[in-house]
Design a protein around this ligand. Sequence first.
Ligand code: FPP
Length: 247
Amino acid sequence: MKVTLEELKQKPMPKHIAVIMDGNGRWAINKGLARNAGHRVGVQALKNLIIALDELKIQYLTVYAFSTENWKRPADEVNALMELMIEFIDKEIDYLDEKGVRVNPIGDISRLSGKTYEKIMFAKEKTKNNSHIILNVALNYGGRQEIIRAAKAFCEDVQKGNMQLDDLDEACFSRYLYTAGQPDPDLLIRPSGEMRVSNFLLWQIAYSEFWVTNILWPDFKKEHLWQAIWDYQNRDRRYGGLGGKRS
Ligand code: FPP
């Protein structure tokens, strides 16, 4: 069934979508290309996604661009990914800025090479006052690392006397995460058919709806996004309660 924009607009949109951009390598291998060619087309798929979210007026997008585990890949591939990010910013930053996108890196970006780090900080600084779309780019990101970082920051505040142990609850802890002040993702999209969370937004996805597809990320198009949102809109989110199951 093909979903139309009119149908999608009849029900509440997700406020925040998170995407594990997976399957770039397989996409390239299937076509007899080098893995990096898949990452390159993956960047185009990301741009198309931003355009599609703009049309739907969805404000928050978090994408997994480089995990703390991705350092285990061959140096050539890691370097190519870093170069692609630099290229993406060089090519698209004015467009993103015009569209009101705020580029918000999340993760320990201090470990990235000087050139990549500086380019990402440039994009963050240039777009810091935008609020139309918040684009969280997870870079050298790990969900467990984020939780440990938040726990340490809270403990430091307790040591300094800024916080009391009793202040700690879920809302308080959330304010120590990279995504402080943002709604949690309503919808987590995972292409390439894998059924894993892969250390992504472990705290924030507690109640996210998962949408898994066999489509590989470079092939991900607006129609897949619309289908994912349609399926999300037609699910019964119960948050542990009874939701629509009441008789
Ligand atoms: C997973 O596919 C994808 C990545 C590790 C990198 C995703 C990054 C991009 C699409 C580029 C990001 C760029 C910007 C500008 C944010 P995989 O290589 O693990 O695919 P496979 O599982 O088929 O091998």
